[in-house]
Design a protein around this ligand. Structure first.
Ligand code: PAF
Length: 307
């Protein structure tokens, strides 16, 4: 099976590192420095303190890539429209692009360009940290679940490849509860860690931060219920705090974005809750405030005073 991974950040690189052992994999990324590092020195992955290297090809230009049956979309939300163009170039006529991205709305952006019949969703709890261009750390082997639609045999085929490469994976006919479950964890952790500038664990261990997590998660749960979603989480507040504790030393992806001055995914995470809440008549003042604070963080970055 030919696979393209569109996005050579932390998640895409960790997946590419594993799948390269069992498939033909091409990494496609908008940043030339990532691509050059991978082509020149191989893709390096730190697993349990041991550095391993694989050789695989990376490119910024999809025009020379062999057609692929599966494209895995691992770019940040801000690059989804770019990823859709790339997928349109590389997918076979029956191929599927699976979004493994955070938040809501990415599948819709892909569908506008590719058509619904070529877009699948997956939910991953793999932990990955980018240490530098072409250099990543595997932070946790959480499972990846692929949606059974739009093409069942491809969902099974890509899940098989994940498992063959050592990454746990499954196929589900009911992904929506998992998508929202992951969304709610991101709603509770990402913006708050970015605003407070703390690693994930701080949210679980300080009473004031725990209370904020509770407020934003409870709003998101109310929105999910109004949307008729049966969540994969039985106690969303406790489970969000448990993820924060389990990833205590990690910097959330949004904190990492803020620290390097990159656009955040606030719009597809807390912003999605506010939009859905507006549509369904569920008030979401805490999530709305987090959206405004993160927007202000992004805009005021050049003006920030140093300690
Ligand atoms: O986006 C992230 O950083 C991760 O999904 C999570 C679970 C919040 C852990 O850092």
């Amino acid at each position: 099976m030919n696979i393209a991974i569109i996005g050579a950040g932390a998640l895409g690189s960790v997946i590419g590192f594993h799948l390269a052992a069992v498939s033909n994999v091409t990494l496609i990324d908008p940043w030339a420095e990532h691509v050059h590092a991978i082509n020149d020195g191989g893709l390096r992955c730190l697993i349990d303190h041991e550095e391993r290297i694989v050789t695989l090809s990376a490119t910024t230009d999809p025009s020379g890539v062999k057609p692929v049956e599966v494209a895995l979309i691992t770019v940040k939300a801000a690059q989804t429209a770019w990823a859709a163009e790339v997928a349109a170039h590389v997918l076979t006529p029956d191929g599927v692009a699976y979004t493994l991205q955070n938040g809501l709305g990415n599948a819709e952006i892909l569908s506008v360009r590719l058509g619904k019949q070529h877009v699948g969703q997956a939910v991953t709890t793999l932990g990955a940290t980018l240490l530098g261009p072409g250099y990543v750390r595997l932070a946790g082997r959480g499972p990846t679940t692929f949606g059974a639609t739009p093409v069942l045999h491809l969902a099974y085929a890509i899940a098989d490849k994940f498992r063959a490469s050592g990454l746990p994976a499954a196929v589900s006919t009911d992904l929506i509860g998992l998508v929202w479950g992951k969304l709610i964890v991101n709603v509770g952790i990402n913006a708050l860690t970015a605003i407070l500038r703390v690693p994930n664990g701080a949210l679980a261990t300080t009473p004031a931060a725990r209370s904020l997590v509770r407020k934003v998660v409870e709003e998101a749960v109310a929105v999910a219920q109004a949307a008729g979603v049966t969540l994969s989480l039985t106690d969303p507040v406790a489970e969000t705090l448990a993820v924060a504790q389990a990833t205590a030393v990690n910097y959330s992806s949004m904190l990492q974005d803020v620290l390097r001055g990159a656009p955040t995914e606030i719009d597809t995470i807390n912003g999605a809750i506010v939009r859905e809440g507006g549509r369904l008549g569920v008030p979401t003042p805490c999530n709305a405030m987090l959206c405004e604070l993160v927007a202000a963080l992004e805009e005021t970055a050049p003006l920030r005073v140093q300690a």
